[in-house]
Structures are given as C-alpha cells and as structure tokens.
Write a protein that binds this ligand. Structure first.
Ligand code: NAP
Ligand code: ZN
Length: 350
C-alpha cells in the first residue's frame, strides 16, 4: 500500500510554499516508515525552494533535519522497531560501491540521493523531505536519536550539526585549537557549541553587532565584527581553522590573513565562484588553504549525535507551525533567527 503523505511544497522559485498531498513509496523490506514530529528549517531549504543553485525538481517538499518516531519496519530492517525515536538528515541513499561510500563518506558519493529534490536509485521516484507528516527511508540512512536529548532542539543536528562536526573532525579541532566560525545562524551557532565542547578556543566573525552576547553564551571566547578593520587586524595570524557559513557571495580575502601559517579556511555556506577573486599570495606565502565540506557521512552523523547526547548539546530553536514557513524564510533572509526555526509537524493535523 502506498503511503499517502501531506506536507508543504514550493511549485516554482517565485511561489510561496502551500499545502501539498502526495504519495510515498510502498515500504520495501529494508525500509523504515517514520512519523515526523519535528523538522528544522535550513537555509538550504530556502536556496532549493527558490532554485538559487539551479536543478530544483518541483514540486519540492523541503526539510532535511527530521526527527520522528518509527511507525513500522520492513521484514529485513533489523536496527529499528515501532516506537523508536529516529532522525533523518540530508541524504537517504547512495551507491554503496564507490570509494567515498566504502570510506563512510556517503555524502561525497556521486550518486548520493538527497532527502528532497532527489530521485530514488531503485524506483526513480522523486524524494520529498521533512515538511510533511511521514517519510519512508532505507534503514541504513536512519539515525538513532540519543536518549535524553530534547527532540525539537535535536532536529537541527541532522544538518546544521553534522555540517559543522565533519570539518571539525577532518581538520582535527580539539583542545587548544584556535577556531573561528563565520556567521552566526543555524550552522554557525552549532559550530560555536561543538567547537567549545571539543575544547577549542572559539571566535565568532559576525557582521551583526547585536549578536555579541548570544555568541558568548553559545560558546564564543571572542567576537570579531568583520566590518571593523581594527578588529580584523587584531586577529591577524590567529586561527588554525576557520569555518565560513555565510550563504551568499562575500570577500574571503579579508579572512585569509587571520589564518595562522598552515591554517585552513573551510567554506560550507556559499556555493559558487568567489568574488572578488581569491588572492593566492597569502596562501602561498603562508602555506594556507581554502577548502570546502558538505554535510557528513552516516557513521559520523551517528558519532556527532552520540557526542551531543553525552554533552547535552542541542540547537537554540524557535518553534513554528507548518503554515508559518513562508514568514520564517523571510526572517531567515534578514538573519533574524535565534538560531534555528523548527517546524512542529503536529500543526499539519494528523
Ligand atoms: P542562516 O541560519 O541563514 O545563517 C547564515 C548567517 O550568515 C547569518 O545569520 C549571518 O550571520 C551570516 N551572513 C553574512 N552575510 C549574509 C548575507 N548576505 N545574507 C544572510 N546571512 C549572512 O543559514 P544556515 O542555515 O546556517 O546556512 C548557511 C549556509 O550554509 C547556507 O548557504 C546553506 O545553504 C549552507 N549549508 C551548507 C551545508 C553544507 O553541507 N556545506 C549544509 C547546510 C547548509 P551574522 O549575522 O552573524 O553575520
Ligand atoms: Zn541543511
């Protein structure tokens, strides 16, 4: 029996999200059927709904910070049972054959299937995300939510959390690392919390003077206003790692001088050609690197969730009803979110 689902979808780049009824696939033997309780609102949802990156498949039901409760499992799905609290992030399948998959980096698989605006590898049907009442997912892409974490606040860990965690691990951020995070939004505030919990000295670069107190509460030891030349000069050569979450094109040449020798600036926000062009001089003369990173693999996502369970880390959230999503997008564009919107899917009505 197919699963009739209800959610909210965008039908074109210029239209608001509206109620949308659709069919989920018949559960396969290795599938888990999940009733969605909460779904975080990522800036990538907005980019996709508005086709900022091109390639959006409409109608699109966004949402890839999903937490819910297992309703049923297929005969071959052994890791979960009805009633379990689970999570689903940005990917719902991958080829399992390529080098990336074999190393647990399903997020770098060329055939990786996005939770929305993707295409199922087996039946070719479009994937629809978490702004909906239910989802059907292959069990190997379903995460266990740690006991004791508030599920509403934990939803954003499934994208914002892992997107920061993966580069923190890859670039070996730990006790004593001088880490900076650029942009205090959904990703940025998780970067402050995770960096602090890992023992790093954490700095926030922000263009918003009003965010200083929050930044310190969230884990920043220092706050640098990126528009203030004096403050930028004071941190020249300071950072081993910078993770830049800013969603739109911006001049990263102003941040490179704040890297220490051999330091790395990791872009996770803006996707596209840099403007103005990147100056290679400080890179060459300081053995500095500019890199990128996208979400994380399934095993490392579970690792991050378990770390957050142990350290009691969740996102600072603002709950919204499903029909408040369009206003939430407008506020997100003004960086007016503290610090993640999370949709209560009970507001769809059961
Ligand atoms: P968000 O909540 O909107 O936060 C972005 C922050 O960037 C803002 O709060 C603001 O912080 C800063 N900012 C600087 N210039 C801005 C501008 N012109 N417009 C808006 N904000 C600006 O977004 P998010 O959900 O954290 O996502 C950030 C970016 O990462 C998005 O582009 C998203 O698509 C991308 N993303 C990437 C991955 C990945 O795997 N690589 C995963 C998820 C999301 P201040 O006020 O402090 O300056
Ligand atoms: Zn996301």
């Amino acid at each position: 029996m197919t699963q009739t689902s209800r959610g909210f979808a965008a039908h074109s780049p210029t239209e608001a999200l509206v109620p949308f009824g659709f069919e989920r696939r018949d559960p396969r033997p290795d599938d888990v059927v999940i009733e969605i309780l909460y779904c975080g609102v990522c800036h990538s949802d907005l980019h996709t709904a508005r086709n900022d990156w091109g390639g959006t498949v409409y109608p699109v039901v966004p949402g890839h910070e999903i937490v819910g409760r297992v309703v049923s499992v297929g005969a071959e799905a052994k890791r979960f049972k009805a009633g379990d609290q689970v999570g689903v992030g940005c990917l719902v399948d991958s080829c399992k054959q390529c080098a990336s998959c074999k190393h647990g980096h399903e997020n770098y698989c060329p055939k990786m299937v996005g939770t929305y605006s993707g295409k199922d590898l087996r039946d070719g049907l479009p994937t629809y995300g978490g702004y909906s009442d239910r989802i059907v997912v292959t069990e190997s892409f379903v995460l266990k939510m740690p006991d004791g974490l508030d599920l509403k606040g934990a939803a954003p860990l499934l994208c914002a959390g892992i997107t920061m965690w993966s580069p923190l691990m890859h670039w070996k951020v730990g006790p004593g690392t001088n880490l900076a995070i650029t942009g205090l939004g959904g990703l940025g505030h998780m970067g402050l919390k995770l960096g602090k919990a890992l023992g790093a000295n954490v700095t926030l670069f922000t263009r918003s003077p009003g965010k200083e107190d929050d930044a310190r509460r969230l884990g920043a030891d220092r706050v640098v206003l990126s528009s203030d030349a004096g403050q930028m000069k004071a941190v020249r050569g300071a950072f081993d790692v910078i993770i830049d979450t800013v969603p739109y094109v911006h001049d990263i040449n102003v941040y490179v001088p704040t890297l220490a020798t051999s330091g790395t600036l990791v872009l996770v926000g803006y996707l596209g050609p840099l403007e103005p062009a990147l100056n290679s001089v400080p890179l060459i003369l300081g053995r500095k690197a500019v890199a990128g990173s996208v979400i994380g693999g399934i095993a490392e996502t579970q690792e991050m969730l378990d770390f957050c369970g142990k350290h009691r880390i969740t996102s600072d959230i603002e709950m919204i009803a499903m029909n408040e999503i369009n206003g939430a997008y407008e506020r997100m564009l003004k960086s007016d979110v503290k610090y993640r919107f999370v949709i209560d899917l009970a507001s769809l009505g059961r």
